[in-house]
Design a protein. Structure first.
Length: 337
């Protein structure tokens, strides 16, 4: 398994290089002029300012040379400098990625266990009342717009009922714990700061629930379909013919094989949450990578855009590798050659 994982990681290098090339070409091929976006009206009034701006960011060089300079800096671990903030892209991503990582992890933890449970129940009682209710609820979760759900929960639980804190990761009067992982709940726990821990956990509830509801609906659907397929297999019918109880047939014989598609979907969902939580992070003022990517794209901040794309691409690669390795734990018959 270790050799397989190493080989997969080595094969990921060309993929990451392809991601850098693609994002570089796209960010430089947009119809908007990056100089006009960043300098505004001054760009048309001061040609010297425009020339200095292009020279500072290497825009006066041919595109192949610009890309080679970017790749050479990347090989040294330098993601470049943000045009919008004039700060290191690596440092800004080091602040944004843990925030989204924490939010996405909590959402998946909330969504997956009940999603699998209700999916199994729905499949085991196919056509019954509980199956219809579970399928109806999952359909509502899939059809519900994320931004509408986020606004609804914020209005109801924060503005109307006052049960949840407002947007942000911490209240204004709470001192953030010393940064170790960048995730406030874990850092507060490591520091023994129970006040910050409770406050950070409270701020996680609403945005995590928004993401979890949609994820829950997907998990229910894929678990149900996978279980129905497995329950129709010959070995399951044989187990039933032997007189085994339903819970043993499902728990010992069917569920393990049915979990393989669920693991795949869970890994994909987590990667999507890491890459595409723009609306939720914006509504809840969550300083994550989705919000950072949106602001970078709005200002045509191509170093930040390429750095974000690289991190998201690496996230997908790592999660796909983890999913492949989990297959072997769920089904011991799977071997890695």
């Amino acid at each position: 398994m270790a050799v397989y994982a190493l080989r997969r990681l080595l094969l990921a290098i060309p993929t990451l290089i392809g991601i850098t090339l693609l994002t570089f070409l796209v960010s430089h091929a947009l119809p908007k002029d990056i100089v006009l976006v960043n300098l505004g009206d001054r760009a048309t009034q001061d040609p010297e300012l425009v020339a200095a701006f292009r020279q500072k960011w290497g825009l006066d060089q041919p595109l192949p040379l610009q890309y080679l300079r970017y790749v050479s800096r990347l090989a040294r671990g330098d993601l470049g400098t943000s045009i919008a903030t004039n700060r290191s892209v690596g440092r800004e991503l080091a602040l944004s990625v843990p925030a989204t990582l924490e939010l996405a992890a909590v959402a998946i933890i909330i969504a997956v266990p009940p999603g699998i449970l209700f999916g199994v129940v729905s499949a085991a009682r196919r056509g019954g009342g509980s199956d219809l209710i579970i399928r109806g609820v999952s359909s509502i979760g899939l059809a519900m717009p994320t931004f509408w759900l986020a606004l609804l929960m914020l209005i109801v639980f924060y503005l109307q009922l006052g049960w949840a804190p407002g947007p942000g990761r911490l209240d204004a009067g709470i001192t953030p714990p010393p940064a170790v992982t960048g995730m406030h709940t874990i850092d507060a726990l490591l520091a023994g700061d129970m006040v910050a821990l409770r406050n950070a956990a409270a701020h996680l509830v609403l945005p995590a629930m928004v993401l979890a509801i949609v994820s829950f609906a997907f998990i229910v659907r894929i678990t149900r379909e996978s279980m129905l397929e497995v329950l129709n297999q010959d070995y399951v019918r044989t187990a039933r013919a032997k007189g085994l109880a339903q819970r043993i047939v499902i728990g010992r014989h069917a569920l393990r094989n049915a979990l393989i598609p669920v693991i795949t979907v869970t890994g994909t969902l987590y990667a999507q949450l890491m890459a595409g939580t723009v609306l939720t992070e914006t509504i809840f003022s969550w300083p994550g990578i989705g919000r950072y990517a949106f602001s970078s794209a709005s200002s045509l901040d191509f170093p930040a855009i390429m750095g974000t794309a690289l991190v998201i691409g690496a996230t997908y690669i790592v999660l796909n590798l983890i999913v492949d390795l989990l297959y072997g734990l769920v089904n011991p018959r799977i071997r890695y050659d």
